[in-house]
Design a protein around this ligand. Structure first.
Ligand code: GTP
Ligand code: MG
Length: 393
């Protein structure tokens, strides 16, 4: 299963525009709230240097030495205050966050839409409120699930002397594990009191902590093209993991690339304009070029930040021939796997195939040709051959 990232936030902030730019899935975009009703899912990519760039020939799976590794992106319907109680489109959007490992909170940094996503006509809304909205709605949603049968749960937890296990079971569909519950409860010193003495406030605090651990949020200060520098700077000063984005600029470039008007590699700060473009197109593209010159559109940076900086994934390349860096058919660097920092050679073997994991004998670092044992922790960019016994099936 690939890494899944969700785009969420109040309505009309540009989630679907970001999504369409990042996946090229054709979804509805409009300047009013609740354009998206059911979630859109698509394949997007994170961008890394391809190991073949260090060799004389390209592998054929990258764009001039830049590799795009697939991830899942989910474009969720907008949420309004009290969504966890069913307001707006209600809880449906929260259900779409269940399997996501991280959430990009797409906010309207221009301040041109109110907390419900209505167009204001002036830049009078404080985008900080959009930041707080998503954090608190998710935490209150988690709290609601824990509180549902709390009385019965607390008794059970008491009897089994395993509060974290009981809560984790309740939250199973949310991709929140027992260890995460333990970490959160320890931090809040909740284990010092019996579970049936926990107040509603304790459960909300626990849920906030669980949200931080299990559903980390990256803030995309979107509509950067029309946002004031003050708004952008203020959010960057106060919040962690912020990337200024313009989904609209990324979408324009990706569509222009599709039409053959430019040669644009997602995440680049420069692109080449095709000779067949007309004067009007060239003027618009020139403006886009100026706009992305310093930091790009931010869309690729934001996805990379979520996967690498926040979720701490690394990319490794399993191969069958350690000399050619290829599979049996001679395809060079055919696969790129996202694995968690700290995972070892045997973990990778299991990801390639459970039979290979079970039959693991040793691995080879294809760069150094050194043998690696099963506990050898892999590093970002490693190219690994796995030697496994075929009898382990
Ligand atoms: N200026 C500017 N406008 C943008 C940007 N991204 C999106 N928009 C505009 O914002 C409006 C809403 O865009 P959508 O992508 O439909 O927003 P959404 O968050 O998916 O909206 P809902 O599905 O209703 O929650 C549209 O008019 C877009 O053209 C951007 O980066 N800059
Ligand atoms: Mg939408």
């Amino acid at each position: 299963m690939s890494v899944s990232i969700a785009l969420a936030g109040k309505p009309n902030t540009g989630k679907s525009t970001f999504f369409k730019a990042a996946t090229l899935v054709d979804v509805e975009i409009a300047n009013y709230p609740f354009t998206t009703i059911s979630a859109n899912r698509g394949v997007s990519h994170v961008r890394v240097p391809c190991p073949c760039a260090q060799r004389s020939a390209r592998c054929g799976h990258c764009v001039d030495g830049i590799r795009f590794v697939p991830i899942e992106l989910v474009d969720v319907a907008g949420l309004v205050p009290e969504a966890h109680k069913g307001r707006g489109l209600g809880n449906a959007f929260l259900d779409n966050l269940r399997q996501s490992e991280a959430i990009i909170n797409v906010i309207d940094a221009s301040g041109g839409t109110d907390i419900e996503g209505n167009v204001l006509g002036t830049a009078s809304h404080d985008p900080m409120e959009d930041v707080i909205l998503l954090e608190s709605e998710i935490a209150l949603w988690i709290a609601g699930i824990i509180e549902k049968n709390w009385h019965r749960l607390a008794k059970k937890a008491q009897l089994e002397r395993n509060v974290a296990h009981v809560i984790a079971t309740q939250l199973a569909g949310l991709n929140i594990g027992e260890n995460q519950v333990k970490t959160a409860a320890l931090k809040l010193k909740l284990f010092e009191r019996p579970a049936d003495n926990w107040e509603s406030e304790d459960i909300v605090n626990l849920s906030q902590e669980l949200r931080r651990i299990a559903k980390p949020i990256i803030i995309a200060t979107n509509k950067r093209d029309v946002a004031s520098p003050q708004n952008l700077e203020r959010i960057e000063d106060v919040c962690q993991d912020v990337v200024a984005t313009s989904g609209a600029a990324e979408l324009a470039l990706r569509l222009a690339h599709q039409k053959g008007l430019v040669n644009y590699v997602p995440g680049n700060t420069r692109f080449v304009v095709a000779a067949r473009s007309n004067q009007q197109q060239r003027n618009a593209l020139e403006r886009l070029q100026k706009f992305i010159e310093a930091d790009g559109t931010g869309v690729q940076t934001c996805l990379n930040k979520a996967v690498f900086d926040v979720l701490r994934y690394i990319v490794v390349y399993p191969v069958e021939d350690e000399h050619q860096w290829s599979d049996k058919e001679g395809r060079v660097l055919p696969d790129a796997f996202l694995i968690k920092e700290g995972e070892n050679a045997k973990d990778l073997a299991f990801k390639v195939h459970s039979d290979i994991g079970r039959g693991f004998i040793y691995a080879v670092d294809a760069r150094t040709k050194k043998r690696l044992g099963e506990h050898h922790v892999l590093q970002n960019g490693d190219i690994i051959k796995i030697v496994a016994s075929s009898r382990a099936k």
